[in-house]
Design a protein around this ligand. Sequence first.
Ligand SMILES: [Zn+2]
Ligand SMILES: [Zn+2]
Length: 494
Amino acid sequence: MKKQELYKYIDDNSEQYLNISHKVWEFAELSLKEFKSAALYLDELEKQGFEIEKNLGNIPTAFSGSFTQGPKPGTAGAGPVIGILGEFDALSGLSQQAGAIVCREPDDKDLAASQGGSGHGCGHNMLGAASFGAACAAMEYLKKTDTPGTVVFYGCPGEEGGASKAFLAREGEWKKLDAAITWHPGSMNEVTTGTSNSCTQVLYKFKGLAAHAAGNPFDGRSALDAVELMNIGCNYLREHMKKECSIHYAMIDGGGFSPNVVQPHASVLYMVRAIKVKDVKELQTRVDKLAEGAALMTGTTYERIFVDGTANPLPNTTLEKVIFSNLNEAPLPVYTEEEHQYAAALRKTWDGREVFPGLGALADKKIAAEIKELTNNNAKDLNDFVYPFYSGEEFTPGSTDVGDVSWLTPTVQFNAVTWPAGSPGHSWQNVSCGRTSIGDKGVIYAAKVLAGTAADLFTNTELLKQAKDEFNERTKDEKYLCPIEDDAVPFVIE
Ligand SMILES: [Zn+2]
Ligand SMILES: [Zn+2]
């Protein structure tokens, strides 16, 4: 089965994949609450003949669908096991009309009723749909060519919060794979390389005693004071931590709206970041001490709830090269005049403070010059080309639970164009574009790149061996340290 036939299979079935993307866009369910989206995927996987596993790692919306040609994994003559990762959670407060070029007012009534105010600002409706399409095409490939191998589609909930892949890493799920491949919607067609932050999130819920703020404040114990003192402590701590570390926080509960009450409850969610999980854990322990101190100072008590955590991604140059060749092999989307006009209009809604995008342009002057030319000096509305190949270990800020997968099996990601050039992350513009023909074209292109990559890995065992050798070399001196605490269970912040 040639790649062209694989692409044709995806084109012939594109309606099914786009239907998933559109439906999940409409569901716009928040992290770990993606019940409708998960049910849709399970239904579609079953129809395709995948073997379903639900409730992975005891997470209700985590699941997998696998198909094996030839002997089962772990038995004689079995082929490689390739995992294709899909995500499908949305973000709060970003609900938007499809194809809008003006931001919708957040108090729109029908918007609140129909979509709960959430939107796919990270494009995970497209992410899961393309990965699903690729899994179907990979299944077709194994059947048609009678190649021994297993393809597993992973439904990974809670990427924006919950880090299901890290919880599954704690359970050793990714060790079952010979490689994992995935992608992310974006504004460039490019291989993802380098690394990013490890992190943990911990919620501190303080409890005090309510009292009349003027009448008998001496009887009150303020949980809000505890949160404030914890934050002040943290501001002092910031001077005494390693440079590459950072600490962020959000007030989840300020107690109430009445200043005339000594607030009896207040909560703060902390996020600790560093490059290595080891440094995150060390710093997290010091942040824990701040909560203890704040409670002591205010005479309050507190509950510590571990929320989630992720590890820094480990690059794999071998797999990055396979992705790059597939980015070039698969036919690039061609955009209509109408699509260009929409992209240009959307682009006007943010100011153009962008530097030339991509890690390669930052690390390599030659690539920066090339990108300047390819983007017409950033004037292109839609980047209809493949970014020059670049592989490195440079760091970009941010965190993803794909990192946890990458410590247990050779893993690779890429970006495909689903948005206009320079579209801001987690934005209403991404929600708007994620259910237009531009987003659809990105889904189909990404499905082809993933399917082509899977086919290469199933067929060329030498390639997979090289990827594994590289993985073993990179993990020789440093083993995976799971950021998820031993007794932690997935936690939904309401
Ligand atoms: Zn995101
Ligand atoms: Zn994302």
